[in-house]
Design a protein around this ligand. Structure first.
Ligand SMILES: Nc1nc2c(ncn2[C@@H]2O[C@H](COP(=O)(O)OP(=O)(O)OP(=O)(O)O)[C@@H](O)[C@H]2O)c(=O)[nH]1
Ligand SMILES: [Mg+2]
Length: 468
């Protein structure tokens, strides 16, 4: 792997504010690299100066300006000696008051030290990866954990951080390495082939130890994608059926304006929700109808645009009024999309026959609700969850789920493994089979970061925030 030209990867000491911008109880500056200790010694005056900083011990004192001697902030500071640190390098953390101005001033002093500069986004984690403390799936998990939108998303990331995916990939990798070793012996000693090489047994092992686990992992990718990225849900319907009331009801707050006047909502309103662990971006839209009014017209155009991006439509109908011609027009607009029919205002029509709605828009699930009383909202949440997960349920708790990058590599590895199997059936020469086996191994290597190219690495670490 080629390291960045400047500053030299191993020599530069990097520093960044690790806590989010703004005021907070405390703010933390993180420093990593060979200068860490010198920086602490020169900028930090402990209240009770020790002979030597003990590693991983917190000291109370002050950060002082190296030239003027003025106190910049009272802090707690810790020196952590390599390699038992986040980056496997010498690390210093300074815990100051959560004032961004003060933190920036301390940081400005730190980067005046020789071979010391500001860290790039994700650079601490990148060093942890390049220094072999974590593999690439674990580095990705760090970014994912910070951005997780639901509890389920966070626990998926923690599992991956703890090596969940790494472990499963390594198991398959080890199996392939063992198979390759058998093949290589057979290639090198063709005369003894009969004794050491049983194609049938090899094929069985390939199936059980590589093809099946690869397929199993791949099958979990979709569930993982839903937990990570969530789905986009658009609320659609003619004016006054209760779309904004539904949005408020799902959010459990009065977010959108609700009135009895048709055409109340003019713009699209977007909010985020957690529906049984699925991150949902929900969008309320202007009621769709023929109109002569310019602003409403724009709102309707926006509503139609949002349709295109939606993973799921909630088509809202007024149960009190029954099906109208305009509702049927909307069925055409929604055609080809995943739809849940929401029959609202059932408080006004308690003995409603839902089958009529199901017949009118065949195939779509129908849920009866009252956005005013909240009745049926749980059923609606269940229906959204069902539609999002395809009835499969979410990721089993604790199981590793590949992301899109992993899934692409897994697919390639699976194809290569399948090719080895077919080659065995066709009695192809062993050296040809070994080539496909090697290809499968290198695709797995991409996932954990053994063979990943620099541009892929840059792309992954660019996703991080500063100080991580
Ligand atoms: N009885 C009853 N009234 C409801 C229910 N949901 C909404 N309403 C009433 O229906 C009217 C319209 O509600 P909105 O939520 O503004 O409807 P909308 O679909 O967003 O309307 P536009 O934004 O104009 O397209 C208001 O007077 C609501 O109080 C319900 O479940 N039961
Ligand atoms: Mg509205």
């Amino acid at each position: 792997m080629v390291m960045p030209d400047f500053p030299d990867f191993n020599e530069a000491t990097i520093a960044a504010i690790a806590t989010p911008p703004g005021a907070g109880g405390i703010g933390i500056i993180r420093v990593s690299g060979p200068q860490s200790h010198a920086i602490l010694q020169q900028l930090f005056q402990p209240k009770k100066p020790p002979k030597k900083f003990i590693s991983h011990k917190l000291y109370f004192g002050a950060i002082v300006h190296p030239k003027t001697g003025a106190v910049i902030d009272e802090v707690l500071a810790v020196y952590m000696r390599a390699p038992q640190t986040y980056t496997r390098e010498d690390v210093v953390e300074i815990h100051g008051h959560g004032s961004y101005l003060l933190l920036q001033e301390i940081l400005a002093q730190i980067v005046t030290f020789p071979d010391t500069r500001l860290a790039e986004p994700g650079e601490f984690t990148k060093r942890a990866f390049l220094n072999g403390r974590i593999d690439l799936t674990q580095a990705e998990a760090v970014a994912e954990l910070l951005g997780a939108k639901t509890k389920e998303g966070a626990s998926l990331a923690v599992n991956q951080l703890r090596g969940g995916l790494h472990g499963e990939i390594w198991k398959i990798r080890d199996a392939l390495v063992a198979l390759r070793a058998i093949m290589e012996v057979a290639i090198d000693f063709p005369d003894e082939e009969v004794e050491i090489f049983d194609v049938h047994e090899l094929k069985t092992r390939l199936e059980r130890e590589a093809r099946e686990p690869l397929a199993l992992l791949l099958a979990r990718a979709d569930g993982g994608k839903i937990i990570r990225d969530g789905i986009s849900v658009v609320i659609l319907g003619r004016p006054n059926v209760g779309k904004s009331s539904l949005l408020n009801c799902l959010l459990r707050e009065e977010r959108a304006i609700v009135t009895e006047i048709p055409g109340t909502t003019r713009d699209t309103i977007e909010e985020c929700l957690d529906i049984k662990g699925v991150p949902v971006r929900i969008i309320d839209t202007a009621g769709i109808r023929e109109t002569v009014e310019a602003v409403e017209e724009i709102g309707i155009r926006r509503a139609r645009q949002k349709l295109g991006e939606a993973d799921l439509l909630l088509l809202v109908l007024d149960g009190g009024e029954g099906l109208q011609a305009e509702d049927r027009t909307l069925f055409e607009v929604a055609a080809g999309k995943k739809v849940v029919l929401v029959v609202n205002k059932i408080d006004k029509a308690p003995s409603l026959d839902l089958s009529r709605y199901a017949d009118a828009f065949s195939g779509a699930p129908v849920v009866a609700i009252s956005a005013t009383t909240g009745e049926g909202i749980r059923d609606l949440e269940d229906a959204v969850y069902e539609a999002a997960t395809g009835g499969q349920g979410l990721q089993e708790v604790g199981a590793a789920a590949p992301n899109v990058r992993h899934a692409t590599a897994l697919q390639r590895a699976l194809a290569a493994v399948q090719q080895v199997g077919e080659g065995m059936d066709a009695n192809l020469p062993l050296d040809l089979l070994a080539i496909d086996l090697q290809a499968a191994l290198s695709f797995l290597g991409d996932i954990i970061g053994e063979t990943t190219t620099d541009d892929v690495l840059d792309m992954i670490f660019a996703e991080f925030c500063l100080g991580k």
